[in-house]
Design a protein around this ligand. Structure first.
Ligand code: F6P
Length: 330
């Protein structure tokens, strides 16, 4: 039975990571195990930066964004010699299991350690992008969407008052989950996603037809990966055909890039509950000696999926939501 369990957060921070750390510490402690926190993700594993975490050390963090353990994007992890150093740390610290909280890149790292280390590695799905397989939704996604939505609502006030066209860029280099969700929630006139081929002629037509139907403001939500230059690049590309239309507000269009405000902040209740559930299941699984599994949620049920299966899953956007944006822009 696993007794000494390591925990780390890695990759882009996501609101709810602290709730997940708390869940691991409290659930492992309840099962008479011991938790060792690893600082700055895989970086701390390579460099041996660790600290014991007891139930009182995770007091008052449930509601905080970021990660008390900090996080990193660690390129050294692609080097087998560096991974060997990480595994030496796990051995030296006599860890039986490691719980890894993060998104796609992080869980790929977790799979590599699981293949090279005899201890147990378990994953907790956490990324604002929600582009990780093995789960319907990941920790941080709901908060990021709510943060972006609040900003979009505010911009709508200005767009409406000034009869102006706005392009709002949200996070998502490879995935349009945030963009799609906030486009529906924010009543966007159009949404552009990396998963859907860009058709600038269609977009200019949408903008023109909005105006012809008497709509006062127009908001186009752009996932950062929908155009190589993001929302700015998109506007540059369609500036001339837009100006040609001669519509009020269109020649004077604005771009707002929401950027990293989407990553921080207090997690929503949904993210706190999700983080608490997934981390507790992962902690119990570690105590039971399970290995190589990613914890996520399907419907309202917590599920465990082998790393390789989860990472091979192609997570698809819901095309019916895309239709909804176009239909409700009416
Ligand atoms: O964590 C995912 C993500 O927020 C992406 O949506 C975004 O493209 C990327 O991270 C930004 O990464 P960084 O903070 O390293 O610039």
């Amino acid at each position: 039975m696993a007794r000494r369990i390591g925990v780390l957060t890695s990759g882009g921070d996501a609101p709810g990571m602290n709730a997940a750390i708390r869940g691991v510490v409290r659930a492992v402690s309840a099962g008479s195990g011991e938790v060792i926190g690893i600082r700055r993700g895989f970086c701390g594993l390579i460099d041996g930066s660790l600290e014991g975490l007891g139930p009182r050390d995770v007091a008052n963090i449930l509601q905080r964004g970021g990660s008390i353990l900090d996080t990193s994007r660690e390129p050294r992890f692609h080097d087998p010699a560096q991974r060997h150093k990480a595994i030496e740390t796990l051995e030296r610290e006599r860890l039986d299991a490691l719980i890894v909280i993060g998104g796609n890149g992080t869980q790929r790292g977790a799979l590599l350690i699981q293949q090279e280390w005899q201890g147990a590695v378990l994953g907790v799905a956490s990324t604002i992008d929600n582009d990780l397989g093995g789960t319907d939704t990941s920790i941080g996604f709901d908060t990021a969407c709510n943060t972006a939505l609040e900003a979009i609502d505010r911009i709508r006030d200005t767009a409406h008052s000034l009869d102006r066209l706005f392009f709002i860029e949200v996070m998502g280099r490879r995935a349009g989950f945030i963009a799609l969700e906030v486009a529906v929630g924010g009543g966007a006139e159009a949404v552009l996603l990396p998963e859907v081929e860009l058709d600038t002629e269609w977009l200019v037509n949408v903008i023109r037809s909005n105006h012809e139907r008497g709509k006062v403001s127009c908001i186009v939500v752009v996932a950062e990966g929908a155009h190589p230059g993001g929302a700015r690049g998109l506007l540059l590309e369609i500036e001339a055909p837009l100006a040609h239309l001669g519509l009020p507000g269109s020649a004077d269009a604005r771009v707002t890039i929401l950027g990293h405000i989407q990553r921080g902040g207090n997690p929503t209740v949904r993210d706190r509950v999700l983080a608490s559930r997934l981390s507790t299941f992962a902690a119990r699984a570690a105590l039971e000696g399970k290995r190589g599994l990613l914890f996520g949620v399907r419907g309202n049920t917590v599920c465990e999926t082998p790393f390789a299966t989860a990472l091979a899953e192609e997570k698809l956007i819901d095309r019916t939501l895309l239709d909804l944006v176009n239909e409700l822009a009416g």
